[in-house]
Write a protein that binds this ligand. Structure first.
Ligand SMILES: Cc1cc2nc3c(=O)[nH]c(=O)nc-3n(C[C@H](O)[C@H](O)[C@H](O)COP(=O)(O)OP(=O)(O)OC[C@H]3O[C@@H](n4cnc5c(N)ncnc54)[C@H](O)[C@@H]3O)c2cc1C
Length: 471
């Protein structure tokens, strides 16, 4: 066999529309590799739901690669620092002269990738780095002054202006090869300390279930997405985020299917398709932010002055929030959805994040970490961006004085209380609008806590804490 091309899979666990795999395969036979780094996952606070899902996707990927005659080697490297030497040793063992991978943008991932490139180049081997976890690479969407955008709306405009048809065309499945004499490795077991069993059946691994879900969403729900997306009881969103987070489906495949339903239009046309494409562009925006502003990967507020907010410390309130026992039904329903599914509807992510960072005035990083520990779709850029948006510390953030009222949000986005009654069964017997504010249900004895803070007073306290910092 000719020297194989070595393709390193990371958060791009698919065979269709995978740039590194497709282009490497055009050069010759391929051997695939994945580096499993449980110690690094612990350091990044990634929880069991996400890791278990990742392993299910890896198993499906091995099957897909097998069908193409491509072996998948799995290196258990513990920590990112061990990756360069492990990859280099594998390249030497199989006689590969070139390594291919798609770039990732958080700081530790970038440093790991730079170290891998240095090690390969020093050993006289080639490295091909591509951009594929986004449709438009960081650095390619800049202001007229050639600076990165920090506000979404002009970013989106520019993103749309510069797009070329070839950016949106998914790549075909690579052609089958004659299998080299190299075995695939077994899929690692979920390491001790990660608990990820609860949501397994909801989130099957691999690109086949992702593509099926994408098509079903496009056929059934895309048209009405703009009207339904904010109402958690309606289940009007795609729920594709876990597959997008590990790359079992690509953003290009998503946009391609939406374009088919919108006469090829990215903007305008069907409000459902255009709004959904805008959400994919939000995902791109946060990746561009992470690439351009490494301090957000170091735990800092995007707007550094907000590192000075005097966050409170209150272990009991933090625990009540985590458990969904704050006494605010929509907040609690959202947190219990997270606990039972490993996933939460976007409207509720904003509501619970604002409640933690504003009404409780607890550090948004505590919430970011809890989400990362629980979410099946945990994704550094989107999670950090979403938390900093909600806490008013980030790019394009909600202004600090605009604090969602948890009862108003509840009346607006779960008007009949269907979602609340599903996730907070203690309130199932409350009729009408009392489900949004159960403390008004006088005479009823409920197994449900009173509110842990007063919404109006805590709002004033938050505004006071933020008032002079941003100026
Ligand atoms: C505090 C907070 C934390 C978040 N943490 C994460 C996270 O860890 N991982 C994650 O994938 N998303 C995160 N989001 C963004 C968003 O809530 C989810 O992507 C969305 O709820 C996933 O559901 P869906 O797949 O049905 O989305 P759809 O509405 O069907 O949207 C399609 C895709 O677009 C992307 N997307 C949608 N909304 C956003 C957004 N606001 N920002 C970035 N990308 C978006 C997602 O990849 C999503 O799958 C967070 C949002 C907030 C406010």
């Amino acid at each position: 066999m000719a020297a194989p091309e070595l393709v390193w899979f990371r958060n791009d666990l698919r065979c269709r529309d995978q740039a590194a795999l497709a282009i490497a395969r055009e050069q010759g036979p391929v051997v695939a590799v994945y580096c499993f780094c449980p110690e690094q996952l612990v350091l990044h606070g990634v929880g069991g739901n996400r890791v278990a899902f990742l392993l299910r996707c890896l198993a499906a990927l091995r099957g897909e690669l097998d069908a193409l005659g491509i072996p998948l080697r799995i290196l258990e490297t513990g920590h990112f620092s061990a990756v360069p030497s492990a990859l280099l040793a594998l390249a030497r063992r199989i006689g590969a002269r070139r390594l291919w991978f798609n770039d990732e943008y958080p700081l530790n991932e970038k440093r790991r990738d730079d170290a891998v490139e240095d090690a390969f180049v020093a050993a006289g081997l080639a490295v091909e780095r591509l951009s594929d976890t986004v449709i438009r690479a960081p650095g390619s969407v800049l202001t007229r002054q050639h600076t990165p955008y920090t506000v979404f709306t002009p970013f989106r405009r520019r993103w749309l202006e510069g797009i070329r048809p070839e950016d949106l065309a998914p790549r075909a499945l690579p052609k089958r090869q004659q299998r080299p004499d190299i075995d695939s490795d077994p899929i690692p077991r979920l390491p001790a300390g990660f608990d990820g069993g609860s949501a397994a059946t909801l989130w099957p691994g691999g690109e086949a279930p992702a593509l099926e879900r994408l098509q079903r969403f496009a056929d059934d729900d895309l048209e009405t997405y703009a009207q339904t997306r904010d109402f958690p009881a309606l289940e009007g969103t795609s729920t594709l985020s876990p597959w997008l987070a590990v790359g079992a489906v690509s953003p290009r495949q998503c946009v391609h299917v939406a374009l088919e339903k919108n006469e090829g239009r990215l903007d305008g046309g069907s409000p459902g398709a255009a709004t959904w494409i805008t959400e994919i562009i939000w995902r791109e925006f946060y990746r561009h932010v992470v690439a351009a502003f490494p301090h957000v990967s170091r735990g800092h507020a995007f707007r550094r002055e907000y590192d000075m907010v005097a966050w409170r410390s209150d272990a009991d309130q933090l625990e009540a929030w985590r458990q969904g026992r704050t006494g605010y039904p929509l907040v609690d329903a959202g947190m219990r959805q997270l606990a039972s599914m490993g996933w939460m509807h976007n409207r509720l992510r904003m509501v619970v994040a604002m409640f933690l960072s504003k009404n409780l005035l607890l550090d948004w990083r505590l919430g970011e970490a809890h989400f990362m520990a629980e979410l099946v779709d945990g994704d550094f850029a989107s999670n950090n961006g979403g938390w900093q948006w909600s806490a008013s510390t980030g790019t394009d953030a909600a202004p600090y004085f605009r604090v969602f009222n948890p009862v108003t949000q509840s009346r607006r986005f779960d008007p009949e209380g269907h979602f609340i009654r599903r996730y907070v069964p203690e309130l199932a017997g409350l009729e009408g609008s009392k489900v949004h504010a159960p403390w008004q249900a006088r005479g009823k004895s409920l197994e449900y806590p009173p509110p842990i803070v007063d919404a109006a007073a805590s709002r004033r306290r938050a505004i006071e804490a933020f008032r002079n910092l941003g100026s």
